[in-house]
Design a protein around this ligand. Structure first.
Ligand code: GLY
Length: 555
């Protein structure tokens, strides 16, 4: 049965897995790369739990999907511990180095200097992923860090094959990669985009991972690796210091929790905007009795809820260790009622009628995976180096591709930066501060069902997770959920961005008559990785977004 479904789905270009015959608990991994998914499944089959598998998958994605996440980046790991049914968020987000300052990307006239926050070592925050992996392994895992990092070390030593997708990403960032000799040596072939099938080997990264495996976080943040990271960044004009690395700490945070009908929704807290925005949108939909509406009215209401939640994102959200974020208010049902009060079902609300700031979609690159083990431990993790291949800068001898997550700060609070991004004071640059994120690893759970989900996609991450929650609640299968067409509104620009198939011709006409400006993106976006468990039948299903090249395995 299993095999038949696999063959059928692969013929559709989908990766998904259902084992309808099995009544016993199953484990499942869905990730953006087959080698990473297999690494997670192998660790589970070696007796590891979901947290061991999460470390293995994170580290392997760092090797085989270098354009999405990495040891030079960061992320959020949302964990569910089956033994006491608790949830915890591990915040391994990058922080601004001590020499960072509010105006570091501005010229003397106060204008944003193009690309400074995107390419090269000045764009890199202090990475959080190595510390997060060491912490998750030590505190929650059953196997040793050496055992769980072994698949990633092997992948780095033996190499992986360049795919069409890799080519697209490398082509997009070719010039920036060429500017870093160490990056070009690893990720290009003769300084050009590699041919399909070319093998990318990363011996320096393998050695960095070995140092992490043997010494824990100190293997990365202190000693030889830290020395090479700092020398490499400073030589190329960066501002990292040994103290920045030695001082890096992960944060353990209480997740954001909401209730949508019978489903408990658990997602990530600041410095991600995801959990708060999701709960705000769901509360608005519930207040306006979303499920009783016809299809076009539902879509109109979803757009209006997105508009309002993203206005709040721009206005209020930043690192809650530095600025006061009104979490309880923004996630309350009473506040959603207040936000929903001016939603007119016969016409859209122009965004410029809502007080606030300008924000723009970004072409971020990021990754997500979802895992459950047979005991019911779960992990939803979204990890990033920001733009494809991050800063495109590798400090020589480390194999570590640095992030360009500093671009997630507001380069100039209140004014658009070179990429049209605008934010509030809450997200301005300060030393040691975490930049605002949209990454939204999420669990939803009712008495009957649970789902583990998330996706990359920059500012569209949150609305993709919203669509998937609504589709799971609606009873759609894992494959249907990851395949469903998506649309997005983020307050400003005041337009609905959509994938082909999101609206029927009739729905599009109605939405336009209500004043919505519809923009067909003419291409797909996102890479949702989803696991669903039917708690009554104990059947587990999982699916990896057909827009990507990932793989889901249930067994
Ligand atoms: N860099 C992507 C995000 O954190 O939203």
């Amino acid at each position: 049965m299993l095999k038949i479904i696999f063959i059928f789905l692969f013929s559709l270009g989908l990766s998904a897995c259902d084992d309808y015959d099995s009544p016993k608990p199953q484990h499942a991994v869905a990730s953006a790369h087959p080698i990473a998914t297999q690494a997670g499944i192998d660790i589970l089959n070696q007796g590891g739990n979901a947290f061991d598998a999460a470390v293995a998958v994170s580290a392997t994605l760092a090797v085989v999907e270098p354009y999405s996440s990495g040891m030079g980046g960061g992320g959020f790991w949302l964990l569910h511990l089956a033994n006491d049914q608790s949830d915890v968020m591990i915040d391994g987000r990058e922080v601004a180095p001590q020499k960072a300052h509010r105006d570091m990307y501005l010229d003397q006239s106060g204008n944003v200097i193009p690309k400074l926050s995107i390419d090269g070592p000045l764009s890199a925050g202090i990475p959080g992923q190595p510390a997060a992996l060491a912490h998750i392994s030590k505190k929650y895992g059953k196997l040793s860090l050496q055992e769980v990092l072994a698949p990633a070390i092997k992948a780095a030593q033996q190499g992986f094959k360049v795919s069409k997708y890799y080519q697209t990403m490398a082509g997009f960032r070719l010039q920036a990669l060429q500017a870093s000799p160490a990056a070009a040596e690893i990720f290009l072939e003769d300084n050009k985009v590699p041919a399909i099938g070319y093998t990318i080997k990363q011996p320096d990264l393998a050695n960095t991972l070995i140092a992490l495996a043997e010494q824990g976080a100190a293997g990365f943040y202190k000693g030889k690796v830290a020395g090479a990271l700092v020398t490499g960044t400073q030589t190329a004009g960066g501002i990292w210091s040994l103290k920045d690395l030695a001082d890096y700490k992960i944060a353990t945070r209480k997740p954001i929790v909401g209730q949508f009908g019978e489903f408990k929704v658990t997602s990530v807290a600041p410095p991600s905007s995801g959990g708060i925005a999701l709960v705000t949108m769901l509360n608005i939909l519930e207040d306006r009795k979303w499920s009783t509406l016809g299809l076009v009215d539902r879509k109109h209401l979803i757009i209006e809820s997105m508009r309002r939640a993203y206005r709040d994102r721009a206005m209020y959200l930043g690192d809650s260790d530095f600025v006061s974020v009104p979490v309880a208010r923004l996630t309350s049902k009473a506040y959603a009622k207040q936000l929903a009060v001016d939603i007119d079902m016969s016409k859209m609300t122009p965004s410029n009628r809502l007080p606030g700031l300008d924000v723009e979609a970004k072409g971020n690159h990021t990754t997500h995976f979802s895992i459950i083990d047979r005991l019911g431990n779960r992990v939803a993790a979204t990890l990033s180096v920001n733009y494809p291949f991050g800063s495109c800068f590798v400090p020589p001898g480390t194999g570590v591709l640095l992030n360009d997550e500093m671009d997630d700060f507001s380069a100039k609070p209140g004014k658009p930066n070179a990429y049209g991004l605008v934010g509030a004071k809450a997200n301005e640059i300060q030393p040691g501060k975490r930049m605002l994120s949209s990454m939204s690893p999420t669990f939803i759970e009712s008495d009957d069902k649970l789902a583990i989900l998330g996706t990359p996609g920059g500012s569209r991450i949150i609305t993709m997770v919203l669509h998937s929650i609504l589709n799971v609640v609606d009873g759609k299968s894992a494959v249907e959920v990851v395949t469903a067409p998506r649309f997005h509104h983020q307050y400003l620009p005041d337009e609905v961005q959509y994938e082909e198939g999101s609206f029927s011709a009739e729905e599009a006409n109605v939405l336009v008559l209500r004043g919505h400006r519809l923009r067909n993106l003419k291409s797909g976006y996102g890479n949702m990785q989803l696991v669903i468990v039917d708690k009554k039948t104990k059947q587990t299903t999982a699916a990896s977004d057909p827009r990507g090249e990932g793989l889901a395995i249930v067994e």
